[in-house]
Every structure is written in C-alpha cells, then in structure tokens.
Design a protein around this ligand. Structure first.
Ligand code: AKG
Ligand code: FE2
Length: 355
C-alpha cells in the first residue's frame, strides 16, 4: 500500500508537470521536483524524479544522477518500470535476452503493455532465450541513453535541399512502445501554424503529443536519438508528435517552418524557427502514405524505425519553400509516424537548471 501523503505528493507533482494543455506553468517546477523527492520510496515517484533530473526541470540537470535514480526505481520490480527498462535496453542495442527477461517479468506481474510488446516481437522474429537480469548490464544501458550514439551514414535524397534517409534510427520495440503508449491518447489532428486549421480535410490523421508528463526515460532516450540525427540537443525538440493515418487520411502539402507574420510570432522569437524535421516511420504493412516533396521529386516511405530528416530553413534562417511536403493518402492499412520538429534554440519551456 502506498502511504496517503506520498500519494498526495505524487498527485501534486503530476498536476504541476501536466500544467495547462500539458505544458507546465512557470514557477512550479521546483515544487514538483521536491514533492516527488519526498515520495521517492514509491518507485513511480523515483522514476519521475529521474526524468525531471534528466531534463533539468525543477532540479539541476544531472544525467548520472538521473540514471542512478532510475536504476533504483527499476530494481524495485515495479512492472511498468521493468517494461520501460526493456525498451531502454533495446534502444541502447543491449542484449536481447535481457530485454526479453525484463518484458517477461513485467508481463507476468500484470503489465499488459509488456505482454503486447512480447506478442508484437514474436510476430516479427523468432523468440530469443531469456537471460538473467544483470545489474551491470542495466547500468550500462542506462548510461548510454544520453550519449551521442554513432550516426550511421544516411543517404542524401536531394541535391537541392538537405533531405536525408536514415535506416533503423529506432528499434522495432521502441516503435511499438511509442504506438502502444500513444494509442489511448489519439485525437483528430490539428495544424499548429494556424494557416490551414480552418480548412476541412487539410490534415485528416489522428494525433497525440508526448507532453512533459509523458517524457519518461524511454521517451527521453528516443528524443535524444532523433534530435542527434538533426545535429541538435534534445531540448531544441518540440514535444514528440505521433500521427496515425487510416485509409484515405492524408496531410496535404505544407511547410513545417512557422509563419512569421502571425500573432504567435512570439513563439518563433523564443525558440527560433523549426530548423529541421525528423520523421520516423513506426510500422510496416500499409500501402500509399508516402512522404512526398513535390518540388524535389521525392516520394519516400521508410520501414519501421527508419527516419527522414530534412531542413526547413537555410543557415541564415531563411525559410526554404522547396521543403514543401505532404503525407500522401494511405490506401490500405494504417501508417503510424512520429515527428520531432527541431528548433534553432531551446524549446523546453522550463528554465534550464544546471549543476
Ligand atoms: O506523414 C508524413 O509523411 C508527413 C508528416 C509531416 O509532414 C509532419 O508531421 O510535419
Ligand atoms: Fe510536415
């Protein structure tokens, strides 16, 4: 049983981190971090504190401390954390047997997502045999979260604009995790720049954002990796946005750079333009749905875990009209995609706290 005062502290902290529309309100982050700190005997609280520590949100940013806190939370055996640790270990390209043991342990303790992840894995490839859950291996995987992973040479798709295709940026397990985490949150998509939101049918997919309250360590690992493909730090990334297109759904041709003549130009001032876009394809097995650049003659479909990275502006911050692109209509099956828009400057809305 969780102590009532710990429950209250966790509720207070999560309320602050969630804030309004999922964005924390100014001034309260320190209170969120100290509330979680007071409830650290609860593994969930400790894991959230680890995430805030990794983000420098309300508590000085200290990645080693974040990993140590998270390790302690995981070894308590709380099933969702064993499952998240499996995703982290896989993302760190750790031992598959260890990933499997963590998922099996979580699933047998009642974590449904772990069971679903195992099923999805077994549909893809023959099962590996489980290996012992080894503390040193867990620590090694955690330590890799924030290390710049080697970027495997991407292929350039255009002489006219930086557009690069990366294969296997994320592992299939990371992709399945993102889809399963976002599925309950999907809502009809909105267009953020206000240009076309009034226009029916402009963007017909469903979407979900990984707002600060959902930026747990597996998500931070993914953000760090995807930002690195754009040569950027994770804090330059907007909140990860997931899209799901069903047959007939599409995203009509548009630019990702923000209009500079709109009332919300303040948003551009604070974090700069959307310098680059990192799209990551989360699944296989659909038809249509190519990412199409009509001015560059590119029509691209990545496989599960592959990323497409492109520039929206040049080195002088000038918007690049040839970056016009669309998500063509899906003709069969579902297309799931995650987008990281990378700004010129820091986007994370909390004041940067460093040691
Ligand atoms: O669905 C696609 O391939 C394109 C998505 C896109 O343009 C975006 O998320 O900004
Ligand atoms: Fe776009």
């Amino acid at each position: 049983m969780i102590d009532v005062s710990h429950k209250q502290a966790i509720a207070t902290a999560m309320g602050i981190i969630s804030g309004q529309d999922g964005v924390p309100m100014p001034g309260d982050y320190d209170r969120a971090a100290s509330a979680l700190s007071s409830a650290q005997v609860v593994p969930f609280a400790k894991a959230k504190l680890a995430a805030l520590t990794a983000m420098g949100c309300g508590v000085p940013r200290d990645r080693d401390r974040a990993c140590a806190l998270y390790f302690d939370a995981v070894v308590s055996g709380f099933p969702p954390l064993l499952r998240d640790m499996a995703v982290i270990n896989d993302g760190a390209r750790g031992d598959k047997g260890l990933t499997r043991s963590l998922l099996m342990r979580a699933a047998s303790s009642g974590d449904h997502m772990a069971a679903d992840l195992i099923l999805a894995w077994e549909r893809r490839e023959p099962p590996v045999s489980a290996s012992a859950i080894d503390s040193a291996a867990l620590k090694t995987s955690l330590a890799k979260i924030f290390h710049a992973a080697p970027v495997i040479q991407p292929s350039s798709l255009s002489p006219d604009l930086p557009v690069f295709a990366h294969v296997n940026a994320l592992t299939p397990l990371q992709c399945d995790y993102l889809m399963m985490s976002a599925a309950p949150l999907l809502q009809p998509s909105k267009v953020v720049d206000g240009d076309h939101s009034e226009q029916a049918g402009f963007r017909t997919s469903d979407g979900a954002a990984f707002l600060p309250a959902r930026m747990d360590l597996p998500v931070l690992q993914i953000i760090t990796k995807l930002a690195s493909l754009a040569g950027a730090a994770p804090e330059q990334g907007e909140f990860l946005a997931l899209l799901r297109y069903r047959p007939g759904q599409e995203y009509r041709p548009h630019h990702d750079y923000l209009p500079e003549d709109k009332a919300d130009y303040a948003k551009v001032k604070r974090s700069g333009q959307r310098r680059m876009t990192v799209l990551t394809y989360l699944n296989n097995g659909y038809h249509g749905g190519e990412t199409d650049f009509p001015k560059l003659n590119i029509s691209h479909n990545g496989g599960q875990g592959d990323s497409l990275v492109f520039a929206n502006i040049d080195e002088t911050s000038k918007p690049q009209p040839q970056s016009l692109h669309a998500g063509l209509p899906v003709s069969q099956g579902e297309k799931w995609l995650i987008t990281l828009w990378v700004r010129e400057k820091r986007f994370w809305p909390w004041p940067a706290k460093t040691l």
